[in-house]
Design a protein around this ligand. Structure first.
Ligand code: RRO
Length: 310
């Protein structure tokens, strides 16, 4: 069974890697992902300056997934740029740098700095951080997204991607696709970030489970799988010539298979990785291979995007 993927002109040894934010804030974590059965590595969303993030508790596991309001804790752009300078690209595992500037100027400054280095690292600009108090998600403001993508094109001469929030209406899929399709160097979209501003309630304490934003936070895990699949499938159809990276609710080979069937080129693991650690990549890969063998598929190309309708 061949789990390899050709993407961005490169052969990757598999299709799975970490979702940005999980196991990727410190160099040791990034290196643990690279050393695992993951096929690529993406770093924690960076701001220009380092940030401590929101007060704790700011992450909570539940029986159906997770809720977080981390608030963009990260080492600052220069830390991840320095990691990118020293990254072992020869391992065949692409490095993605997630960028989440607090302003359009900050995002463009990071993109220009990355471009000046001429590194093979690929930016994934985060248009969907739900957890900085007072900062709406860019991806829900279509005019601001259009303006941002024009500025990214001017700031960065290479291929790049964006991390999108979940959308819930066909009119929104169509409107966002029309904007994204104006940008040929926008090579991929990652769908989805967490479903923003959910509320988990603990009956025993009669309280919320995380401190920031009076308990509101981004949902991941089982809660989000159908929403993630809908976003992958819709953007796979609406963005010809671009790739879709699936993210949301992957905890076994079965969900990875579903994302690829819906059109995903590669698949990220978030909540499950947070709890299981980088050993999750070898487990999910072998489960995917077993499922493919049972179905008679020898490569991911054999079933990618082939989800049937009734
Ligand atoms: O750091 C966070 O709170 C965070 C970010 Br930047 C994001 O994009 N998605 C998320 O669930 N949490």
């Amino acid at each position: 069974i061949d789990l390899s993927v050709t993407w961005l002109g490169q052969a990757m040894p598999g299709c799975l890697y970490n979702a940005s934010g999980v196991w990727c804030r410190e160099e040791e974590e990034l290196e643990a992902v690279r050393a695992s059965a993951a096929a690529a590595v993406v770093s924690k969303s960076a701001t220009l300056a380092p940030r401590d993030g929101n007060p704790e508790p700011r992450y909570c596991q539940t029986p159906l997934g997770s809720i977080n309001s981390m608030g963009l804790p990260n080492r600052g752009f220069d830390y991840y740029l320095d990691y990118a300078r020293r990254y072992r690209y020869g391992s065949g595992k692409p490095l993605f740098l997630s960028l989440s500037g607090l302003s359009l100027d900050d995002n463009c400054a990071m993109l220009r700095a990355l471009a000046e280095e001429g590194l093979p690292a690929v930016p994934e600009v985060n248009l969907s951080c739900p957890n900085v108090p007072g900062k709406p998600q860019l991806g829900y403001d279509f005019a601001a997204t259009a303006e941002a993508l024009d500025a990214f094109d001017a700031a960065y001469p290479g291929l790049y991607g964006v991390k999108l929030p979940p959308y819930f209406d066909p009119a929104h899929f169509a409107a966002m696709a029309e904007i994204l399709n104006r940008h040929p160097r926008l090579a991929f979209v990652t769908c989805i970030n967490s479903i923003g501003n959910g509320l988990v309630v603990d009956i025993d304490s009669e309280a919320v489970v995380i401190k920031p934003k009076d308990g509101l936070g981004g949902l991941g895990g089982d809660y989000v799988l159908p929403t993630a699949l809908a976003n992958v499938r819709e953007f796979y159809r609406l963005l010809p010539g671009k790739d879709v990276v699936g993210c949301g609710g992957v905890k076994s080979g079965r969900e990875a298979f579903m994302h690829i069937l819906a059109g995903a080129r590669a698949v990220q693991v978030g909540t499950c990785l947070y709890h299981e650690g980088p050993g999750a990549f070898a487990r999910i890969s072998s489960e995917l291979a077993v499922l493919m063998r049972a179905k008679g598929y020898r490569s991911l190309d054999a079933f990618r995007g082939k989800l049937r309708t009734l």
